[in-house]
Design a protein around this ligand. Structure first.
Ligand code: MSP
Length: 597
């Protein structure tokens, strides 16, 4: 199956190769989300999510895990929209970026052959992501044969379109960031001996002067096509300030890009096809991983490629939003459908770095705070537009208040044997909580705040979906948390523990209060699945919600209130299996390991 957007992009790619694209007044739209808009893509449609692939020069830290969890939550939310169908139609890749000068130098410094360093560290990432419940369908390593074949094919496609030429490259190169820098982006910092050393003004990493004959990609030709792509697709890069930033970059000079290095200097990489004296630039190599995963250049990739959503950190925006779309257009393919950008984690106000010894080990965070707890923390506190600060007291405070006390306490209150001796989902009494407050009869007990609760929770799934579409997952969680608070307020207000099942006056209202609270909990559990999968499973199992009733399509909140039958009414609750989320032990010192090497 070939999607029209690929065809359009291919036409444009061919036009670019013919040198026509910059002059044509009207051209096909690329990767437009179409009239449905990004928010309403058909749930059965395919979706392909990616994380960046991670450098293997050092062990993973919490920032890496955050990148992967954001993509995981997006993907899990997507699958929930049509469980079964959507799960089969979803792909999600992650992996490791193993070539390049950075890895070559790290291996030399560790006294290891590069392949051995790659095997070790790649395995650490794989283990971490498995332990953290990252539900990827593919883990790619750029040292795999399938990837080498894809990169060499991609290179040949660029060359066939006349977009590569050999020329002298002279300028600064930053091995840590694996990028070339113009003089204006280089500053001087005192080195170990106090003498001024050139560093990247943005990252602070050291840079070296390089002068080499390399293959060069005609990036400068793509300024206008890139601008058009972004103009036609205002949601291509989310959140919006990052799209604006890319458009600003496109106002500036866009010089051609060196895409190979001399193999005598860089041997750890993929050789240029037909010219072993050159090694392909690691960023070109790395970016093609997204194509390799979906089977490029085989026919299969065509049905997945137009559905691609990349999750990336802000530091790699230029590579993904300028170089990558230009390379894709150059090779006759469409730019990514969406690029979701996030900011970084600092630790107690400082950038994480090996030299500061403050790199937080994510595995020990998973041990200490539990997988669901740490996932919740990172996604609840991580704001895509700004950097966020990590410190342990913040984790403990958030998890105790929102998961242990508010959510766990609510579940406990509504299911405890004392409150709910029959252990069932109680009946809802429509006369106690009539649909129209104005038409309330004498047995009506619900007040204005109760109606506000019902409308807040009824609107919650849409609000959460919109927040996911805008890549504001923290806002989705904030909205859930606010509704949890409101529900606790509802229970507190009506104090069901003061009502008696024995009293014919109290019992219908008591049942209704519990029914409403359990319905709210069912919605919260369903919506929390992408972020806290095990905790949500525990919650939904306790409510007696079966595996086939956990999708977003089946969510219908409080149907009895709207005059419809409720499948849960009278159902036996699931077995009691202990606290939903135990409070973290405050008395024990918070011992989360930091990497010191
Ligand atoms: N290998 C490249 C990506 C190639 S993708 C074709 C790379 N690797 S990385 O290991 O340095 O970074 C991987 C991801 O982790 C990036 O999205 C980066 O922004 C993210 N993070 C690195 N440090 C981070 C924090 N301190 N906080 C949050 N995310 C961070 O770049």
């Amino acid at each position: 199956m070939v999607f029209p957007r690929v065809c359009a992009a291919r036409r444009l790619g061919r036009a670019v190769a013919r040198g026509l694209s910059l002059r044509e007044p009207s051209r096909p739209r690329l990767c437009s989300s179409g009239p449905r808009g990004a928010r309403d893509e058909a749930p059965e449609a395919r979706a392909y999510f990616t994380t960046p692939i991670f450098y293997v020069n050092a062990a993973p830290h919490i920032g890496h895990l955050y990148s992967a969890l954001l993509a995981d939550a997006l993907c899990r939310h997507r699958r929930l929209r049509a469980p079964g169908a959507a799960a089969a139609a979803t792909r999600f890749s992650t992996g490791t970026d193993e070539h390049g000068l950075k890895i070559q130098q790290a291996a030399a410094a560790a006294g290891l052959p590069p392949a051995e360093l790659c095997d070790r560290v790649s395995a650490q990432f794989r283990r971490l992501f498995r332990d953290a419940g990252v539900s990827s369908t593919d883990f790619i390593r750029t040292t795999e044969a399938r990837h080498r074949a894809a990169v060499q094919h991609f290179w040949a496609a660029l060359r066939a379109r006349g977009l590569l030429y050999k020329g002298l490259y002279e300028g600064w190169y930053c091995a840590s960031d694996e990028c070339f820098l113009p003089e204006a982006k280089v500053s001087r910092q005192p080195g170990p001996a106090g003498d001024p050393c050139p560093v990247s003004a943005e990252s602070g990493h050291p840079v070296c002067w390089t002068k080499e004959e390399n293959y060069i990609f005609r990036l400068s030709r793509f300024r206008e096509p890139l601008r058009r792509w972004l103009r036609d697709n205002p949601q291509a890069i989310t959140p919006e300030p990052f799209q604006r930033k890319v458009l600003q970059w496109l106002e500036e000079d866009l010089p051609d890009l060196s895409v190979s290095r001399k193999s005598s200097h860089l041997h750890w990489g993929i050789p240029v096809p037909g010219d072993d004296s050159q090694t392909i630039y690691v960023w070109l190599d790395a970016l093609v991983n997204y194509l390799t995963v979906v089977g490029y250049p085989g026919a299969e990739f065509e049905s997945w490629w137009p559905t691609t959503s990349h999750v990336i950190g802000k530091d790699i925006l230029k590579f993904h939003a300028i170089y990558w779309p230009a390379l894709l257009l150059g090779a006759g393919l469409s730019p990514p459908h969406r690029i979701y950008v996030h900011s970084h984690w600092t630790v107690r106000g400082q950038k994480m770095s090996k030299s500061l010894g403050n790199v937080v080990d994510p595995s020990s965070c998973l041990d200490r705070y539990t997988v669901d707890g740490f996932r919740y923390f990172l996604l609840r506190q991580g704001v895509p537009n700004w950097d966020c600060d990590y410190y342990e007291e913040k984790v403990v405070k958030l998890l105790d208040s929102e998961l242990a006390d508010a959510l766990g306490g609510l579940l406990n209150r509504c299911t405890a044997q004392r409150m709910n001796p029959s252990g069932t989902y109680p009946a809802f009494c429509a006369t106690c909580f009539p649909r129209e407050p104005g038409l309330a009869g004498p047995s009506a007990r619900a007040g204005a705040e109760d109606y506000a609760l019902v409308s807040a929770v009824a609107a919650l799934p849409r609000q959460v979906a919109d927040n996911y579409a805008d890549f504001q997952i923290y806002k989705a969680l904030e909205a859930v948390s606010s509704c949890v608070r409101q529900t606790n307020g509802f229970v507190q207000r009506h104090a069901p523990w003061k009502l008696s099942w024995e009293s014919p006056v109290d019992a219908p209202w008591l049942g209704t209060v519990l029914h409403v609270a359990l319905e709210c909990l069912r919605i919260f559990g369903t919506l929390l699945q992408p972020v806290t999968p095990s905790l949500a499973d525990k919650l939904l199992s306790r409510l007696g919600v079966s595996a086939t009733e956990r999708g977003l399509g089946e969510l219908a909140f409080l149907p009895r209130f709207y005059g419809h039958p409720c499948p849960f009414e009278g159902r036996k609750l699931g077995p009691e299996t202990g606290l939903l989320f135990p409070r973290l032990d405050q008395s024990r010192a918070c011992l989360v390991k930091v990497h010191r090497t």
